[in-house]
Design a protein. Sequence first.
Length: 485
Amino acid sequence: MRIKTLEIRDFKAFWGTHTLSLTQENSETCKNLLVLGENGSGKTSLVKAIDGALGASRWGSRFEKNVFAQAGGGYVKIELSNGKWCLWQENGIGVTGVEDETLFSDAAKAKRLMDYKGLLKTYLLETETVNLFDLLLREVLADCTNPITNGSFLEDWQALAKLIPRQNTEKQVKVLQEALNVFNDSFSITLQRMTTRAQAILHEFDDALEFDLTFSGVLYEAASKTLKGREVWLTARFHGQDLARHHHLLNEARLSSIALSLYFAALLETPQAELKVLMLDDVLIGLDMENRLPVLKVLERPEFADYQVFMLTYDPIWFEIVRGRTPQEQWKYISVRLPKNVRSVTPIIEEGGYLGTAQSHFAAGDYPAAGNYTRKAFEQGMQDFFQEMNIPIKYRANPHKLSSEDFWQALLKWQKLGLQPLDAELKLLLLSVRSVVLNPLSHAEIQALSRREVGEAIDVIRRINTAFKKVLEQVKANRSSTPKS
């Protein structure tokens, strides 16, 4: 079960009606979504719309009206791959229309929106130790199922608070203590299981890093009529060495890795649901490029195969890397931007990446800009391909100075070895458009490009990058099927 269509009207950054389809042309397959956008472009509003609409089906979510829109008429509508839908409107707290209440209520409990601020709560602390009890109980594990009561941990905790006796009679204290024992046992079981899963995920980032979660149990103090021991201590080891004050010693990449592992592991504790949605809103800010790649490995793990992923990033380089390493039949790539030099207060959604931007400029009649972005798409596709295939390219001290001509010459040498990713027709087409947009021309030098020339170049580069990707997929499949000696 997946989200097929998202329709937004007058919600947060989006003024007016915007429809985003997650299916492929001539296919009903609903895809994951990768979104590129600068800060303030409106990309977070997309996942907030999904998060709010699903959440409204269970708890009731406040509809954040676009400030420029007139009162009334705002809504978010989600349509699923099975035809079911839910409608979240501004004139109510909860969902005002839903075809299958159980389906969407379960989805509300199983969904997860991770953002960078959530990760910071695990380590950006002034304390000497890291106590995660409140964070785990009220956010990370709030909707996770208590294995003993089958309720959620947050609901069970709220029920516990109501059992605190007024008079401390023996009967009242006994009832509270029995409930505390059940909570402590179930919370301990869940934390142990989650720690084991999180450690396995953490090894995708760093084999030398380990951590523990220590929970001794909550106690009732009769004298003060309060619950004591609300503590889950997070401790870390590096190369087997215990680290006191680890959140002050480890770098941000390792701290972010621990936080991500915890959140991913907690996701596996959520209730079963037909629709599972995972939203990652710039969670990789604290990671350099080398430490970002393991996130893709985590998402490829079989335990996350049922989740529809919405990944947001402000970084165009990371966007292109993810685009090159994820299967196009499973992912959709878009960019969200505010138009330049135009008085507008609503984002533009367009096909993502350099080619998507080229297509947008092409549609607007800005052929020089479209030509430049087409060239960038070609260079990025070639760079990714050559790196994966270990094809040598002309050395330049600054790799950003590599030109399309450098890639073209390397491709010609590679083809002489008999390894040709392009068929004869594509090769001829590339030759025909090479002089138009594939040379490292400046923006000013391509003012005379015609609509036909740029349109043909966009189409050719799209087909060439697709051909490169198919070759890479085949090479990776061959590598994985080759027995290790």
